[in-house]
Write a protein that binds this ligand. Sequence first.
Ligand code: IMP
Length: 188
Amino acid sequence: MVASHNTGKVREIRELLSTFKADVVSAGDLNLPEPEETGTTFIANAELKALAAATAANLPALADDSGMSVDGLDGAPGIYSARWAGPSKDFNYAMKRVETALAGNPNRRAQFNCALTLAWPDGHCESFEGTLHGQLVFPPRGTKGFGYDPIFMADGQTLTFGEMEADAKHAISHRAMAFRQLVAACFA
Ligand code: IMP
């Protein structure tokens, strides 16, 4: 099970899992409650979500906690990336908020982080983390992907994640990096 209610993340994790013979359901499909993200790191929040889902559904659960950290904002929004979009989860608003907060600051460096935790119903869990460095571009570009994708351009790229096809994003993304480590450790 994918322990997430975020349809963008669930879609990407399904794509990453597509070469495995796994029946994938999401925490949203199973109507599981969304635990409060009380951790202070991406890994702590991924573990909390994976363990809550694995115990509630009695199934192995894969959780993702991720976000974008902006150097010129001392790492914000970071673990609060989803919360910067407000209760209506409006990422146009969140991207504008980042641009406004950076006003006057020429430093456009940022990174995406992704922690993935695979948890079993007996409480065992394994966690992996991927980081991707890049820069912010304003105004937002592209309508693919989700969240902050339209303002993030990875180092060495000319397109934002909002402009890239899914396969191109998976070749370099923070989520795919964490996923490759998970596969090597748990399925090799
Ligand atoms: P959380 O892991 O549920 O706290 O939410 C993380 C938030 O970070 C998501 O809602 C997205 O806004 C953002 N985020 C994480 N990964 C990506 C990505 O690959 N692209 C764009 N935004 C992302």
